[in-house]
Ligand binder design. Structure first.
Ligand code: EPU
Length: 421
C-alpha cells in the first residue's frame, strides 16, 4: 500500500491544471448504456473510480477501455444491442456511484439488478430518492438479497418531487426519464455543474432536457439515443484543492483548465481568507496571504459551498489568525479528518455538525491516516504547511479521486513523494 510523504518547504509557485471531473465522468460513462454503438469520451481522468465504472460496464458486456500513452485521457465504450443488466456487489461495494447504471439500464432494457450500496465512511447515504423517482416513472422495484431489482415495460413521464436534493439521485432519474414515454419534471433537482454537464451530454445523444442547472428539470422522452463524442468538464474540486495548496503555503499558483463559475463559493471563501484571486484566460491565479484570516462556512448544495471542499478549507483555517466555524450540512459524518489534523497540532473541537477551528501558529508533521477521499487531500494540504515530515497512509482513497496529486504538487515545488510501504 502506498504512502505519501510530505515535508513543508514554503510557498508553492508555478502553473498547474485541473484534470477532467470525476463526478462528471462517472454518470456520463453510465449514460453510455442508453445508446448502442461506440462512444468516445475525452479528458477522462485516470482515477480508480473511473476504472471501477469501466469494469461495471465490462461486466455488462460492453467493451470499455482507456487508451494508453499520450491518449490516456481518451476512453471508448462500445455498447452492444443487448447488455447483461446487472451490477454485482463486488463492484458496487468498492464504489457506490456504480448505482448510476440503474436508471440507464431500466430505461433501455426494462430491467436492472443492481447491488444496493451500503453505508460509507462519510454517512449512511441511502438511495431512497433514486428509487422513489424510478417508481414514479412506473418502475416496479423490489429489494432482495442485497440487490435492487427493477422492472418496467416502458417508463412513463411523471412529476418527481425529491424530498431532499441529491446529485446522483437527480442524475439517475434524469437518465431513466430520457427514454420514457411523455414528459418528466424533476422538482427540487440538484443544480451541480456535473448534473448540467450530464444533461448536455444526453442532449447531444438526442435527449430533450431543459432546465438542468436549475432546481426544476424537464425531460421530454424520446424513442432512442445515439452514441456520443464528448470531452469531460474540468474537476472543480481538484482545482479548489490545488488553489488551497497555494493558499496554505502562501504561494502563487495559476490553475489552468478551470471554469471559474463552478467555483464561485470556494473562491469567495478563499478571498475572505485573504487570498488574491484573478481569473486569467482558461484559469485562476491565486496568491496566498502572509497571514490567513479566519473564515466561517456551512456546506450546502450547489451553488453553496461544496461539502467536497470542507476538509480542505478546514486545513487552511487551522493555521488562520483567529477562530473559524465550519458546519457540515450534507453528510452526517464528514469530520474524520479532524482527529488527524489535531495530531498535527491543529486546535479543533467538534460539536455535532459544527467544528470550531482555532487557528494555530504552526502545524507539525506526523503520521496520519485518511478515511475518505477529501480527508486524504486535506491531510496532504496540512502537510505542505507543517514543519517536518507528514506521512499520509491509505492513499488508495486519494487515488479514487485525484490524478497523481503528488506529481502536480511536486511540479509546483512541494517536497512530496509516494512510497511503497
Ligand atoms: N440522500 C438520501 N437519500 C437519497 C440520496 C441521498 O438521504 O436517496 C442524502 C445523502 O445521504 C446525503 C445527502 O442526501 O446526506 C446528499 O447526498 P447526494 O445524493 O447528493 O450525494 P451523492 O450523489 O451520493 C455526490 C458526489 C459526492 C458529493 C455529493 C454531494 C458523485 C459520484 N458523488 O454524491 O462526491 O459529496 O454528491 O455534493 O457525484 C466525492 O467526490 O468525494 C464525493 C463524495
Amino acid at each position: 500500500m502506498d504512502k505519501i510523504i510530505v515535508r513543508g518547504n514554503g510557498p508553492l509557485r508555478g502553473e498547474t491544471h485541473a484534470s477532467g471531473a470525476k463526478n462528471a465522468a462517472l454518470p456520463i460513462l453510465a449514460a453510455s448504456l442508453l445508446a448502442e454503438g461506440e462512444h468516445s469520451f475525452r479528458n477522462v481522468p485516470q482515477l480508480a473510480d473511473v476504472g471501477t465504472m469501466l469494469a461495471v460496464l465490462r461486466t455488462m458486456g460492453c467493451e470499455a477501455e482507456r487508451h494508453q500513452g499520450r491518449q490516456k485521457h481518451l476512453c471508448r465504450v462500445r455498447v452492444p444491442h443487448q447488455v447483461v443488466p446487472e451490477a454485482p456487489y463486488a463492484l458496487v461495494k468498492t464504489m457506490r456511484a456504480s448505482v448510476l447504471v440503474l436508471g440507464p439500464l431500466l430505461a433501455r432494457h426494462g430491467r436492472a439488478r443492481v447491488s444496493l450500496p451500503g453505508g460509507c465512511a462519510i454517512g449512511a447515504r441511502p438511495i431512497d430518492q433514486h428509487l422513489k423517482g424510478l417508481r414514479a416513472l412506473g418502475a416496479e422495484i423490489d429489494l432482495s438479497g442485497g440487490y435492487v431489482e427493477a422492472r418496467a415495460k416502458r417508463l412513463r413521464g411523471a412529476v418527481v418531487a425529491f424530498d431532499l436534493i441529491t446529485v446522483t439521485g437527480t442524475e439517475n432519474v434524469m437518465m431513466a426519464a430520457v427514454l420514457a414515454r411523455g414528459r418528466t419534471v424533476l422538482e427540487n433537482a440538484a443544480r451541480e455543474p456535473e448534473v448540467e454537464e450530464l444533461a448536455g451530454v444526453l442532449n447531444k445523444m438526442g435527449a430533450r432536457i431543459s432546465g438542468a442547472g436549475s432546481g426544476e428539470i424537464t425531460i421530454d422522452g424520446v424513442d432512442c439515443l445515439r452514441p456520443v463524442d464528448h470531452a469531460i468538464i474540468p474537476d472543480r474540486i481538484e482545482a479548489g484543492t490545488l488553489l488551497v495548496a497555494a493558499a496554505i503555503t502562501g504561494g502563487e499558483v495559476l490553475v489552468k483548465n478551470v471554469v471559474p463559475e463552478h467555483l464561485e463559493a470556494v473562491l469567495q471563501k478563499l478571498r475572505e481568507a485573504g487570498c488574491r484571486i484573478r481569473a486569467e484566460a482558461g484559469g485562476i491565479r491565486l496568491s496566498g496571504p502572509q497571514t490567513v484570516r479566519p473564515v466561517s462556512v456551512k456546506t450546502a448544495e450547489h451553488p453553496g459551498f461544496p461539502t467536497d471542499m470542507q476538509a480542505q478549507l478546514m486545513s487552511l483555517t487551522s493555521v488562520a489568525d483567529g477562530t473559524s466555524i465550519i458546519s457540515e450540512s450534507i453528510f452526517e459524518n464528514r469530520f474524520m479528518h479532524v482527529a488527524e489534523l489535531r495530531r498535527m497540532g491543529a486546535d479543533i473541537s467538534v460539536e455535532g455538525a459544527t467544528a470550531v477551528v482555532r487557528g494555530v501558529d504552526r502545524l507539525s508533521g506526523a503520521p496520519v491516516m485518511a478515511t475518505d477521499l477529501r480527508a486524504s487531500a486535506s491531510l496532504i494540504l496540512a502537510g505542505l504547511r507543517a514543519e517536518g515530515r507528514t506521512a499520509v497512509s491509505r492513499v488508495y482513497h486519494l487515488d479514487r479521486g485525484y490524478e497523481r496529486l503528488e506529481r502536480k504538487l511536486r511540479a509546483l515545488g512541494a517536497d512530496i513523494r509516494r512510497v511503497r510501504e
